[in-house]
Design a protein around this ligand. Structure first.
Ligand SMILES: C[S@@+](CC[C@H](N)C(=O)[O-])C[C@H]1O[C@@H](n2cnc3c(N)ncnc32)[C@H](O)[C@@H]1O
Length: 294
């Protein structure tokens, strides 16, 4: 009797195990693993999931945006008040302890002088530009010069943590470090001072995620927003989604390195997926992707 009960128990265990195994292996054929191939195309499993409108809610990045945007002429003062205790970061710059460590001008960028900047500044005639990823300011300074040539009163907000990336000093040994604090922000500011652009270019030195959330909350919108910070899929995806929330209606969102192979084509995959979600059209201008909301 005992033996019969033990055998039936073992049979039941075997059936349960086999069924579990069969269900698990059949579900892996549609799991997101199939979308991690090196191909940049969007796998059917992702589009299936996201074609359900209520699933898109999981991709929200913030729910706390201002009801009303800050007026264009108040954008600079709003940043000074909110970020710099109502003072200018350029007052008394450079401070004595870094003065001897900065170069008079040290500008280096990537694709920072592409024709896309001229095209977009002429077309949009932006009052507020938000740049996400500034480094030493090559592209920001270029845009500031373009707006100045057109006689525009544009503010350029440069969102960057000004930490570069781990190991960036291997290639930028001349950017000094003080007690582990790399002087990227200070060298950027020195470049802006050297170019006489302090009235139109303002650093916002925090991580892109936190700044873009705050901009939304404060009502800071951009007519032109450039994305050029982290190039892996998740960084680009987060920056693009957050930036789109603060794009002024009719404005243009654009970004560098559409074609780079860096981070397994992270930027390419992120912007393509984003455009597909929102039914937006991507155009390509040189090395940049462009989304025009007008
Ligand atoms: C490619 S560089 C920007 C180059 C600049 N647009 C140009 O053309 O001159 C990327 C910059 O993004 C910044 N960055 C990367 N990830 C960031 C993040 N999550 N938050 C803020 N800045 C970030 C780095 O510090 C770096 O300065």
């Amino acid at each position: 009797m005992k033996l019969a009960r033990l055998i039936s128990y073992l049979i039941l265990l075997l059936i349960t195990y086999t069924l579990g195994y069969l269900f698990a292996s059949s579900s892996t054929t549609t799991s997101p693993c199939s979308c991690s191939s090196s191909s940049p195309s969007i796998s059917p499993s992702i589009t299936q999931i996201t074609s359900l409108p209520n699933q898109l809610d999981h991709f929200r990045v913030t729910t706390r945006c201002a009801d009303r945007p800050v007026e264009q002429e108040l954008v600079r003062q709003t940043i000074l008040d909110r970020v710099y205790n109502s003072t200018s970061p350029y007052d008394g710059f450079p401070p004595p302890h870094v003065r001897g460590l900065l170069r008079a001008k040290r500008i280096k960028g990537w694709g920072s002088y592409g024709a896309v900047f001229d095209h977009l500044v002429r077309r949009v005639r932006p009052r507020t530009i938000i740049e996400v990823g500034t480094f030493l300011g090559a592209s920001a300074i270029h845009m500031a010069n373009l707006t100045r040539q057109l006689g525009l009163r544009t503010q350029i907000l440069c969102v960057d943590d000004f930490r570069g990336w781990p190991g960036f000093q291997d290639k930028f040994r001349d950017i000094k470090m003080v007690n582990g604090d790399v002087l990227l922000l200070q060298q950027f500011m020195q470049n802006v001072v050297a170019m006489n652009l302090t009235d139109s270019v303002l650093p916002v030195p925090f991580s892109s995620g936190s700044v873009l959330e705050k901009f939304c909350e404060w009502g800071i919108l951009g007519d032109l927003i450039e994305i050029d910070a982290g190039h892996d899929f998740f960084s680009a995806w987060a920056d693009i989604n957050r930036a789109y929330r603060i794009l002024r209606p009719g404005g243009v969102l654009f970004g560098h390195d559409y074609f780079t192979a860096a981070a397994d084509r992270g930027v390419y995959r992120a912007i393509n997926l984003f455009a597909r979600f929102h039914g937006l059209k991507i155009t390509v201008d040189g090395q940049h992707w462009v989304i025009d909301s007008s």
